[in-house]
Write a new protein. Structure first.
Length: 277
């Protein structure tokens, strides 16, 4: 019997900011990847400015229009460009028969967009992939759903400065805090819509569990915190689940955890790995 070798996963990265560049760098540095992935293109808003940069992956094309995906030989499109990019790039990727993995999960608070992308994936045989991002225990939560979940709560605690530039500035005095302050409590759908950069991971928890309207979320600004912390609790017929993870912020973007980029690297490398964990 002849062995069949796996071809390297051909990846399009949408976005060349903190997350996209970190993913590319980690893929290049990971010797265990052994050529398991190749970045064939980068999707950006400003093609001219991106082409002037000196950190582009060797041989990668730079495209500014989602329609350009149709002419590429790619397997996976990975979004790391913000919620406004999810719709146009996701539709184009799935219509072209590619799988689409998104980082800006707050976009899926729009139920119509989620339904549209799922329908396109079903029609073309592609996959809409919501990766765990900065979270741990999502596989266990998704598995527990099959036996029934009664409650799911997600508490997000970040340094006060990480909430700067968001609605949190109106809800609590970020610069004057001397103790942790919970400034929001509501549904995952509302949290992701009102705080798309900081609380988008709440949608991951919700989609893995009991949905955006039943998943409860609390947002906390902590002046003494140095890490981004996520605490997920769930209960149901399966038993109880408690997960706590504290991540370093991504260099260059304090609103995002470094684990987001690491999770994407794992997703990409698993596509061609002989052993998947």
């Amino acid at each position: 019997m002849s062995a069949t070798s796996r071809r390297a996963t051909r990846v399009v990265l949408v976005g060349w900011g903190a997350i996209g560049t970190a993913v590319a760098r980690l893929l290049a540095q990971d010797a265990q990847g052994n050529g398991a992935a190749r970045i064939v293109a980068i999707g950006v808003r400003d093609v001219a400015a991106t082409l002037r940069r000196d950190d582009l992956p060797q041989g990668a094309r730079v495209i500014g229009d989602p329609a350009g995906l149709a002419g590429l030989d790619a397997d996976l499109v990975v979004e790391a460009a913000g919620r406004d990019s999810v719709g146009p790039w996701g539709r184009a990727a799935l219509d072209a028969g590619m799988d689409f993995a998104l980082s800006s999960t707050s976009a899926l608070a729009d139920g119509a967009l989620l339904a549209d992308l799922r329908a396109r994936a079903a029609r073309t045989g592609g996959q809409l992939i919501v990766h765990p991002g900065a979270l741990g225990g999502i596989d266990a939560l998704a598995a527990a759903r099959h036996m029934g979940l009664a409650e799911v709560e997600h508490r997000i605690v970040k340094p006060a400065r990480a909430w700067a530039g968001t609605e949190a500035e109106r809800l609590c005095p970020l610069d004057a805090l001397t103790a942790p302050a919970a400034f929001f409590s509501g549904t995952a759908s509302e949290a992701a819509s009102r705080f798309p950069q900081n609380a988008k991971v709440a949608l991951i928890t919700a989609l893995a569990g009991i949905g955006p309207e039943r998943t409860r979320v609390t947002l906390v600004a902590d002046p003494g915190a140095t890490l981004n912390r996520h605490e997920i609790t769930a209960s149901g017929d399966f038993g109880q689940l408690e997960v706590r993870i504290a991540n370093n912020p991504l260099p260059g973007n304090p609103k995002t955890s470094a684990m987001t980029a690491l999770s994407l690297v794992r997703l990409i490398e698993n596509r061609a790995a002989a052993l998947v964990i």
